[in-house]
Ligand binder design. Structure first.
Ligand code: FAD
Length: 390
């Protein structure tokens, strides 16, 4: 009998264990984007601290405030509103140089609707996805890696989809969901591509070995998940968003829930990846609840192209240019809410806002047109008839 270490199988002869190797790449990918996000938050810290000092960072975080009886507009020349004296200190100069340097990221590429900073982020994201999918993976014989990487996109898809997130707060003012949403769209497409690679290669292998593609639970739920994901991507294309926004939104939510159910039946490795999306969605709902307000408003329509909404009794909690999601209880359209930018600064800064905030809704589609028509009809009722004049 001989003793000693057992013989090791040479690497080239070892069978690739997808369920051991692929989750490692999933975690690597997650570590890469989390580190990138962490670095971005650290780089944004000075601007967050600056905004905190100026009292801007938390403005609007808890929603619009009203009825606090705070004092209204005071002239710009009052002592506390005097602009800071210009200073040429070294710190300010350095900050100016830094601002000019980082402003390069705002260069926008024509027809792409993306700026240089966003393109860089997308390129880095796509490169890391690609490396994590193909590095040392025998994709043809075992295409699981692409499926595992599709699961790893869930947190990104939801983190950048939610309209109210703590990430926007950490990145400082000017980083609302509308600025971060491009990553949600790209992560969704990458998730679909990864799932498509995984699914199509499995189907190829099943055909090669004469195995059923539909019937067994794993296969059927896999095909159903791929169909759901494909539908989400197709239903999110720009023309659909542009022309049927409400239908797009309802189907988007419905198909994602259906996709989650299918994918959990398809693989036991899916369920842990569903918790971060649920947490982000829960935080979104919680923040939305904190920001919800029921307010009286005065609505006027100067013509058939524009409707002005003056929301009364608001004295703070917003900055001019920030947007709110407006829901108006008219003509059975309670379920719709639409983003509109605030046209006026808070009452303490602007006499326009006394005593509320101002929104302008340009007639653009069915909701804005219906609101405009409704308001004009109501206005007409208020105009005295000839008989009433007499
Ligand atoms: C951050 C932000 C700020 C905005 N500020 C203003 C503003 O100050 N004044 C103004 O007139 N318009 C503003 N808009 C556009 C306004 O939200 C749309 O014109 C309005 O929602 C159109 O609705 P609709 O049913 O009339 O038209 P639809 O035909 O349904 O849509 C017309 C366009 O608006 C988009 N849209 C529709 N509903 C929504 C929604 N709930 N969320 C996001 N986009 C939607 C559609 O994708 C489409 O491109 C803003 C949009 C955003 C994203």
């Amino acid at each position: 009998m001989s003793s000693g270490a057992p013989p090791t199988i040479p690497l080239s002869l070892q069978i690739y264990n997808s369920y051991v190797e692929d989750p490692i790449w999933q975690r690597r990918f997650t570590a890469i984007w989390c580190s990138f996000l962490g670095a971005t938050i650290i780089i944004s810290l000075p601007s967050l601290v600056h905004a905190l000092r100026q009292g801007r960072a938390l403005t609007g975080f808890f929603g619009i405030s009203g009825g606090s009886g705070r004092r209204g507009y005071s002239a710009v020349m009052s002592e506390e509103k005097k602009p800071p004296a210009p200073s040429l200190s070294r710190g300010r100069k350095r900050a100016a140089y830094w601002d000019s340097l980082v402003s390069v990221r705002q260069w926008t590429v024509p027809y792409l609707n993306l700026n240089a900073g966003q393109i860089f982020v997308l390129a880095a994201y796509l490169a890391s996805c690609l490396v994590c999918i193909i590095k040392d993976a025998p994709l043809i014989s075992s295409p699981n890696r692409a499926g595992f990487l599709a699961f790893a996109q869930f947190p990104i898809v939801f983190l950048f989809a939610t309209k109210n997130s703590f990430l926007s707060l950490l990145l400082g003012p000017g980083h609302g969901y509308e600025k971060l949403n491009f990553l949600h769209r790209m992560a969704g497409r990458v998730m679909f591509l990864a799932a498509l690679i995984h699914g199509s290669l499995w189907i190829r292998n099943h055909i090669q070995y004469g195995l059923p593609i539909l019937g067994p639970q794993k296969e059927t739920s896999g095909v159903a998940s791929l169909v759901m994901l494909g539908s989400i991507v197709l239903l999110s294309l720009r023309p659909i968003r542009r022309w049927f926004y409400q239908a797009f939104f309802a189907l988007h939510v419905f198909t994602f829930v259906a996709f989650f159910v299918c994918v959990c039946y398809h693989s036991i490795y899916a369920s842990p990846w569903i918790f971060p999306p649920l947490a982000f969605y829960g935080a979104d709902m919680f923040l939305r609840l904190l920001r919800y307000r029921f307010k009286d408003a005065t609505v006027t329509a100067p013509d058939k192209f524009m409707t002005l909404v003056r929301i009364n009794d608001c004295d703070g909690g917003w900055v001019a240019g920030q947007h709110i999601c407006l829901r108006v209880f008219f003509s059975g359209r309670v379920l719709e809410s639409h983003p509109l930018s605030i046209l006026s600064a808070p009452p303490a800064y602007s006499c326009l806002s006394n005593p509320g905030l101002l929104l302008g809704a340009r007639v653009n589609g069915d909701w804005t047109r219906a609101l405009n028509t409704f308001v004009r009809k109501e206005q007409e009722k208020l105009v005295p008839t000839d008989e009433e004049y007499k």
